[in-house]
Write a protein that binds this ligand. Structure first.
Ligand SMILES: NC(=O)C1=CN([C@@H]2O[C@H](COP(=O)(O)OP(=O)(O)OC[C@H]3O[C@@H](n4cnc5c(N)ncnc54)[C@H](OP(=O)(O)O)[C@@H]3O)[C@@H](O)[C@H]2O)C=CC1
Ligand SMILES: Nc1nc2c(ncn2[C@@H]2O[C@H](COP(=O)(O)O)[C@@H](O)[C@H]2O)c(=O)[nH]1
Length: 322
């Protein structure tokens, strides 16, 4: 079958079984918790900060704090848990990250979620870190990535990951595809399908979401949760600066591997750009919920899992039945 991306397919409606879209349940379980939406803002410094993390956790949305203020993470976990909120942090794989795991364990602080956030996550260094976290912080739910292939999913699951994150290169601020020639850009949806076929644990689709309908498509092809960067970066609550050009408002969005993030031009695989200002994130979260509820009604169900059972059309290539 030809590889395809979000714009290459349309889902086929089934007979509706709800009387109102408001009857549709958009909640999703990840680990021991249930969240209002299957969507999480990207763990990028231009997308999330502590204030937004608290805002999301208080309202039962999933969040993953970024790892680019490394020395604040221990305190962040403590502060969240003191407020009876869940703690969800990111780690890299350098030596200092092992020290943080040790410190968390020594302070009896177990983050509910830990995301290992590496560009090329199908690697021995990530396998080693998964095993270390599982040894020291056994109760943390470990999300590992990013990977692009079923082999990547299998290897990280075998190492102990509780979920894997799929997507190398489809991000809006990404230039990995241009600088290395590798990745899932332009066929991210097929990559999700391919990886989900072997996964025994949740898949988090990461990157390439441009419209709310892409969320429904991600779930159809096997994602449990979807990580979104650029679509979340333009809000009042987003960390980037507001910039006014010719009377129009924008926010800054930069890649985690951009020179903006790194402060130098070394191994750069990301860029900075301006994103349209979108106002209050509450409005966007509500719109996502309504659009997902509508999508599920088109799928002929009343919960997200019914999206998995629909047929779809690959534009120009015909109908594919389940
Ligand atoms: N999802 C995606 O498509 C991508 C995401 N990103 C994001 O950018 C940020 C920076 O990522 P990353 O560069 O991994 O993190 P870091 O720059 O923190 O690198 C982490 C470690 O991994 C090593 N490393 C990085 N890339 C490779 C590679 N291709 N092969 C072998 N070792 C490697 C680095 O060493 P050294 O620098 O010496 O090689 C370093 O020791 C992350 O937040 C990541 O999610 C970046 C690119 C693609
Ligand atoms: N290749 C790169 N990918 C990056 C970088 N910074 C973040 N990312 C990935 O993009 C998604 C968000 O994608 P979007 O399409 O929703 O904007 C994010 O979660 C990372 O996986 C980078 O510098 N280079």
């Amino acid at each position: 079958m030809y590889p395809f991306d979000y714009d290459d397919i349309q889902l086929l409606p089934k007979k509706c079984v709800v009387n109102s879209r408001s009857e549709v349940d958009t909640t999703v379980k990840l680990g021991n918790r249930t969240f209002k939406l299957p969507v999480v803002p990207a763990n990028m410094q231009s997308v999330i900060d502590e204030e937004l993390a608290v805002f999301l956790a208080e309202r039962d949305y999933f969040y993953v704090m970024h790892r680019f203020d490394p020395e604040t993470r221990l305190d962040f976990v403590r502060k969240m848990q003191e407020k009876n909120l869940f703690a969800s942090i990111s780690l890299g794989i350098k030596e200092s990250e092992y020290k943080l795991v040790d410190q968390l364990a020594n302070h009896n602080l177990t983050p509910e979620y830990i995301t290992i956030d590496i560009a090329h996550g199908h690697s021995d260094s990530v396998v080693k870190m998964i095993k270390y976290i599982k040894e020291k912080l056994a109760k943390s739910f470990v999300i590992a990535g990013n990977v692009a292939t079923p082999e990547g999913v299998r290897d990280l699951e075998a190492a102990g990951a509780d979920a894997t994150k799929v997507g190398v290169g489809p991000g809006k601020a990404c230039i990995t595809k241009l600088k290395t020639g590798f990745g899932t850009a332009y066929w991210q949806l097929s990559a999700i399908k391919w990886c989900a076929e072997v996964a025994t644990k949740p898949i988090i689709a990461d990157g390439g979401i441009r419209h709310n309908g892409d969320l429904a498509k991600s779930i159809k092809f096997g994602a449990t949760m979807i990580m979104v960067g650029s679509l979340f970066a333009g809000h009042e609550q987003s960390p980037g600066q507001v910039i006014k050009i010719d009377g129009k408002l924008y926010k800054q969005y930069w890649g985690s591997a951009s020179d903006t993030q790194k402060g130098k031009y070394e191994n750069v695989e990301g860029k900075q750009m301006l994103i349209d200002y979108r106002g209050d994130i509450k409005r966007t979260l509500k719109e996502i919920q309504q659009d997902l509820q509508s999508a599920v009604s088109y799928a002929g169900g009343n919960e997200l899992s019914s999206l998995k059972d629909v047929d779809y059309v690959i534009l120009n290539h015909g109908i594919v039945q389940n």
